[in-house]
Structure formats: structure tokens, C-alpha cells
Design a binder for this molecule. Sequence first.
Ligand code: TYD
Ligand code: MG
Length: 453
Amino acid sequence: MAKVKTTFFCQNCGTQYAKWQGQCNACKEWNTIVEEVVQKPEKSDWKTPTSSIKRASKPLRINEIDSSKEARLDTLDAEFNRVLGGGIVPGSLTLLGGEPGIGKSTLLLQISLKLPYKTLYVSGEESQKQIKMRAERINPENQSCYILTETKTQNIFKQIEALEPDIVIIDSIQTLHSDYIESSSGSISQIKECTTELIKFAKETNTPVILIGHITKDGNIAGPKILEHMVDTVLQFEGDRNHVFRILRAQKNRFGSTHELGIYEMQGSGLREVSNPSEILISKKDDELSGNAIAATLEGMRPLMIEVQALVSTAVYGTPQRSATGFNAKRLNMLLAVLEKRAGFRLGAKDVFLNITGGISVDDPAIDLAVVAAILSSNEDEALQANFCFAAEVGLSGEIRPVQRVEQRILEAEKLGFSTIFVSKYNKISLKNTAIKIQLISKIEDLVDLIIT
Ligand code: TYD
Ligand code: MG
């Protein structure tokens, strides 16, 4: 094979070097020097017969461009389709990131087994036998899913040419390597080169490619940041490994919204789609316990009822502890200060622990009111009525602020059989004749009067 010309560039300031070194002389940054291909041999590994005769593109008036909707590939997995914005776009590159063991390989293998198209699942991590064993746990019947264990991109392309799959899945991008670069698999330059080759393949043949990406210990996708810029969609698979729920979110999506959320439950036979999440996120119990409150939140377009648990107790050590799981700790401190200043609760000398059940984290501000209600309930050691739920933001002066799409939240709460929902007086609500009571409140004192006897 013809030799490729590579040089080393600093990823920070762009200075060029003949060989690798730890620190850049120009900008003094460490570990920023990376090998890059400057010239490849003429013959590319991925070349379609048409690509050589393709003319250079010319500018077109925007109204002349054909905008007819591209048919998306339906994955037969409602949660996955929703997060992608309605299915896989032909020719797109999707990157799925997540912690080790969270279920990335399981999710994509399961989708490959369900897909009614010819699918090629390339694994650089497991043997064909291991994958077969996993597939048998999930769904043993499938005629159109092919498994390849290979890490060299050139060989993968050869197999693709022979098989002509409708969709290609790569597990994982960090195990691939291209002959054009000498550095080991997983290095920044290898990841970049392999992704470039895959993008070229995807765009030229209109075949969608899904990549699995490892993440680093800070939660970013391992490899260059540019990887996320290069692909069309970045999905994140998250959840606490000790909990059974897994959440799929889009961090970037060129073909849809990034607000959508897919929820799965990890079972012995793979991941189960959770189409009605509110019912499982709320624990069913016979006794009413203090410190629990239900928030009517929205994740994307989907309403989600979430249980908030608080424990307020006298601090044994000098400095009171504040800890929050699934909720921003700074926001918790702010809400405690509001309760202290505006409602006169002395929480300064108390430990406060807060937990969002199900191991999920929420950024919807509408959860504030439920957090406050749970704290009050635990502080007074008085259980709230089990069929109360809350949806409002709490401001610094103790005012109860309106939240977006409140009617959708009210309807979800009504559907699930709640008797009363607490919302801001400033929300415009045009719902009539609801079975659920809509309790309008304007300041935090109103809440205290209504829930504490
Ligand atoms: P895996 O897909 O290998 O994770 P990743 O590719 O993200 O590293 O998932 C591994 C975990 O999922 C593993 O700990 C076992 C669990 N699992 C089940 O609980 N049920 C199943 O049917 C399968 C296949 C895996
Ligand atoms: Mg894996």
C-alpha cells in the first residue's frame, strides 16, 4: 500500500511538528499534539462508481432545492424513533455515547435484530459467539442481521461492498483503526480518520451508520471534540447502573429536536421500551410517608410524573449537610434559603437530603414546588396527601412562577388519577370541567397554609 504522509499538529494553536512531543513549544499546552493525514494515496478505500463522475456542486436558489421529505427508516422501536425525530435518516451518522455497561451494545443489537432491513453489526469488542449469545437472550429470530468482528476500516469496507447492507452499526469507534495512520486505535487521530472514512461512505451511498462511542470519566465522548461536530446526531444513553431505568437523550440532532427522551427498562431479556413512564416512576405504597411529593414535569414533549423525596433532620455535626441526587445542589440551597427567609422555617441548622426516585435527573424548573413541598413535609413529619401533585417554579422572593405547557401537565395528572394539582396563579389555564382540582397559588406561604395542618 502506498505510504501516506502524516504530520503532527497542535490541536490548540495549529503549530506543525515533524514528530510527536508532549508539550507544544508555541502555546505551551500539554498533550495537544496529534498526528494527522496530510496526503492520502490517490485511490480511496471507499469509492462508489458514481463518485468519480460526480460534478462539482453549484449554488442553487433556496426555493429550487428539492425539499421533499426523505423517507426515514423506521426502527420499530418507538423510543429510539422518537429521540431521533421519527426514525433513521438515510445517509446520516449517529453517535451513541454512554458509560461502560450501561447497555449501548445491547440497545443497538436489539434494534438490529428488530430492523426489517439488511443490517451489518460490526463489533471490535466482542466475538461473534458472544454476540450470538447476547442475541439469543434478546430475540433469537432474525434473518437479515449480519455480524462482523473486524477493526480495520479497509476490511470493513470490503465486506460492506460485498454485502451491501441497508444500515451499518459500529461497536465501537474507539476500536477501529485505519491503515493510513500509525497511531494505535482509540487515539485522537485514528478516531478522526476512521470517522471521516465512515462519513464519506455514508454520504456517498446514502447508508445510515450508527457508531458507539466510549465516554471518558468526565462524561464526554472519548476522542476529539470534533467527532461530535462531524456526526449528524449525538445520542447519550444514561441512567444509574444500579437502577433498571435507562434514558436515551439527543445532545445534538440535525434532523429533529433535542428535547425528546426515550426511556427503557433493563431486563433479563434486553431493554424494554417504557411507553408510560409516569406509572413506574411513582412508587406505589399503602402508607403515606412524610417527605414525598410528586412533580408534574415535562421531558421534551412528554409529561412525566416524578417522585421527589426529602429528608430533613437535625444536624449532628457542626455544619449541616446538604445533598441532592438527580437535582441541582445549588438550586436546593436556594430553595432552602427561600423557605427560611420567606416562610420562616429554621432550616439553617438541619441536614437536608433530596432524592429524585428512579435514578433520573431533571432540569425542568417546574419540579421546584414539589421539592419545597417534600422538604416541608419531612420537616413537619407530616405526610402529604398521596393524590396531590405540583408543577411550578419558585422565585427568590418566594413567588410561585408559571411554567410552560401547564395544561399538558394537568391533563397527565388527571389521567393518572391525582385529585389536586398545585400550579401558579399566573399560568393561563383555559381547561374547563376537569376532574382534577387546579389549586392556584401565588406565593410560598399559600403552599404552607394548604399542605401543612
Ligand atoms: P452492554 O450492552 O454490554 O453495555 P455497554 O455496551 O454499554 O458497555 O450491557 C451490559 C449490561 O447489561 C450487563 O451488565 C448486563 C446487562 N444486561 C441485562 O441485564 N440483560 C440483558 O438481556 C443483556 C443483554 C444485558
Ligand atoms: Mg459494549
